[in-house]
Design a protein around this ligand. Structure first.
Ligand code: SF4
Length: 391
């Protein structure tokens, strides 16, 4: 089973209006946070025995606000505690406007080899409408600096369905992104209703103060983006992810293939199978405290700084594998996933039975023991999974 490490850096300069991620705008305790992460790593040592990392991911928040020398201390402690594959992918998330050549060079020489830049849009008016603190020129500059600093693997994030954005604008964003020659692109649709109207943007939409493109415009934008990216030679390997040959994100694939990951840091989540700390069979997912004071107090006392810990039985793990595995364009071998988790054949058979009419209608297809959603089906992934799992 592949294994990776995720470090959460929960600090941002300002809060974007659509953001539902866990991040704070309080002053950054650069050194103290590095020390706390190293203490958490120490507390999690029993779970690391015998594991080798295929990936490391520093996400946020805005990790490029972290002083590189503080980040490097954590990377060195990790290297002493967990062996990594020689070609392990080591990513840092970055926001345009928070990078300079010196810091990017320092991150690179600390061992990071992939950078994921949150571009979101190349139109300044759209960026302002969603509260991003950067401009189009900042994105171009960040990508150029990342290359100059030595990052040979660059990913860009885009969002479509944004306020004031037409399908043509979304296409022009993707064209600008492609002109920066990224190895990887993530393209997400903004869906405020999924956030239960918790964000300022979602509340403005609900109150009628901001208008989003309608469903048809957003659908057409999504289809046009897909055509453009595929024609450009990028492979769509997951609903929202596109890569050049050999450049799929190893870290993100952990999430879609049932891989294990150790989450470190304020608000970070982790998932392990057969965690030695919790000897019950199956898997365990946890989420660390989001409140910095609780997190710092726990790690200072040598305790695991967990707020939520959830044991997962084989049936739950299997359903998650189906849900996440079918996000991948290549689909999921139901038999392999079932065997790995000890799932009875009758459960797999019942999924194939429910899949049959959906295959007839062109939402999915069967290739041997593999089930995969078609291009049309990937647009309705959530609904189709509910039908497959009989919910
Ligand atoms: S930069 Fe990212 S994490 Fe920070 S507020 Fe904006 S969307 Fe959220």
């Amino acid at each position: 089973m592949d294994f990776g490490i995720y470090i959460h850096f929960p600090y941002c300069r300002s809060k974007c209006r659509y953001c539902d991620f866990f991040s704070m705008t309080s002053p950054i305790p650069h050194e103290a946070y590095a020390e706390a992460l190293i203490r958490e790593l120490e507390a999690r040592r029993p779970a690391l025995t015998g594991r080798k990392a295929v990936s490391l991911y520093i996400g946020g928040g805005t990790p490029t606000l972290w002083r590189p020398e503080a980040a490097e201390k954590v990377l060195k402690a990790l290297a002493r505690s967990v062996p990594a594959e020689e070609a392990a992918e080591q990513t840092i998330e970055a926001n345009p406007g928070t990078v300079d050549l010196g810091s990017l060079r320092a991150f690179c020489s600390a061992g990071l080899n992939r950078i994921s830049i949150g571009a979101q849009s190349f139109r300044d008016d759209v960026l302002r409408a969603i509260g991003r603190a950067h401009s189009r020129n900042d994105i171009v500059r960040a990508a150029e600096l990342a290359r100059e600093a030595g990052f040979g693997n660059l990913s860009l994030d885009l969002i479509y369905g944004l306020p004031g954005q037409t399908a043509k604008d979304a296409l022009s964003d993707a064209e600008e992104a492609l002109s920066l020659r990224p190895e990887h692109l993530s393209v997400y649709e903004l869906m405020v209703e999924n956030l239960e109207f918790r964000t300022p943007l979602a509340r403005d939409v609900q109150a009628g103060k901001v208008r989003l493109p309608d469903e048809e415009e957003t659908f057409l934008a999504g289809e046009a983006l897909l055509d453009l990216l595929e024609a450009s030679g990028m492979e769509r390997y997951e609903i929202s992810s596109f890569a050049r040959a050999g450049r799929r994100s190893r870290h993100n694939q952990l999430y879609w293939t049932g891989g294990e990951y150790l989450g470190l840091g304020i608000g970070a989540s982790g998932f392990l199978l057969n965690d030695p700390e919790h000897p019950e069979k199956g898997g365990r997912r946890w989420r660390n405290h989001r409140h910095p004071r609780r997190y710092f107090a726990d790690v200072a006392a040598g305790r695991l700084p967990e707020e939520i810990s959830e044991p997962l039985d084989a049936r739950t793990l299997f359903e998650e594998r189906v849900q996440l595995g079918l996000r991948q364009a290549g689909g999921l071998s139901l038999a392999q996933a079932g065997t790995a988790l000890g799932i009875a054949d009758r459960v797999i058979d019942s999924i194939w039975q429910r899949a049959e009419p959906l295959i007839q209608q062109g939402w999915m297809c069967r290739e041997g023991g593999t089930l995969r959603l078609t291009r049309k089906g990937l647009n309705f992934h959530t609904d189709l999974i509910l039908r497959l799992l009989g919910e």
